[in-house]
Design a protein around this ligand. Sequence first.
Ligand code: MET
Ligand SMILES: [Zn+2]
Ligand SMILES: [Zn+2]
Length: 408
Amino acid sequence: MTSKGPEEEHPSVTLFRQYLRIRTVQPKPDYGAAVAFLEERARQLGLSCQKVEVAPGYVVTVLTWPGTNPTLSSILLNSHTDVVPVFKEYWSHDPFEAFKDSEGYIYARGAQDMKCISIQYLEAVRRLKVEGHQFPRTIHMTFVPDEEVGGHQGMELFVQRPEFQVLRAGFALDEGLANPTDAFTVFYSERSPWWVRITSTGRPGHGSRFIEDTAAEKLHKVVSSILAFREKEWQRLQSNPHLKEGAVTSVNLTKLEGGVAYNVVPATMSASFDFRVAPDVDLKAFEEQLQSWCQAAGEGVTFEFGQKWTQPQVTPTDDSNPWWAAFSGVCKDLNLTLEPEICPAATDSRYLRAVGVPALGFSPMNRTPVLLHDHDERLHEAVFLRGVDIYTHLLPALASVPALPSES
Ligand code: MET
Ligand SMILES: [Zn+2]
Ligand SMILES: [Zn+2]
């Protein structure tokens, strides 16, 4: 794949690179600049733009292309505006410069996750509008803050607002993952994030002594139990070629805290875990399992949640679901191979599915290594432009799905 010189760059790519330069990086995203950029896009496209401040400083921006039949539910195209932090010293190029190399790879935080998709939605809508199309269903593009830290000041609040009810979303598209093969990944469900901090308390004292019942000793037991569970799930995944990553429960030990000095045995220590619980797991039984690991380690071992999602939902991927039929039908027509999976990570789709909006997680990036949250996150301009084409085909089909039984 070769790229054109800057003077010949495709305008959609130029727009993408402009958006990538906005520093919406956690933990202090410049949301104001992103909202201003989106307002300008709305103006250019002749779309209405609504700003819903779901919490002070947290604005959900909604661009709307009205359909011809307002009695029908709408299509919601969602993307988040924030991106995760970078370790700049490990990058080949400044992650907020949107550098394009001679081959056409665009390096930037958010190139895959998920500023590409925001611009692809906008550019697909622009093209369809310019061509004079109109569709029965309204298309809303929602640009939400806060996804990368849990969506608690973003989509979680937005779905509870009257402004969300008014959108009457019937179906949503949201982010997926790149796929290194020729196929495209599509997510119909996701694992539930459970962030668990285990705190162990025990007897303190002088570091030279054989103190019994220490916080560290008990914490070690819980850590061992959880890492043994991790190994069991890993083996289950490895031994069954039919299981994809999202179908088993994963866990990582992500933080250890405690202690003040080499020679002081601390009274408290803690370990934090990022569990991603598969959607078919009995969550009550799973919490009891956590409880029993703590109890088995001894007195004074407790746990608390940093995140605890308990409403996993599955969007059907068979033709009983007219949205799936429309989505997969277009992909078939375009000769795109789909790999339907459970998303291993968490996205804002979980909030949409929980309020009854079927959602698919789709990032149209094939032949692309999965580099989200990684150093040198990048996307080839040709893959990006192909994604605009794909949405240009998907949107007419989705926005023309005939009235559902519930809508007639
Ligand atoms: C659990 S909050 C979601 C943050 C991010 N999308 C992740 O999956 O880690
Ligand atoms: Zn994302
Ligand atoms: Zn992310």
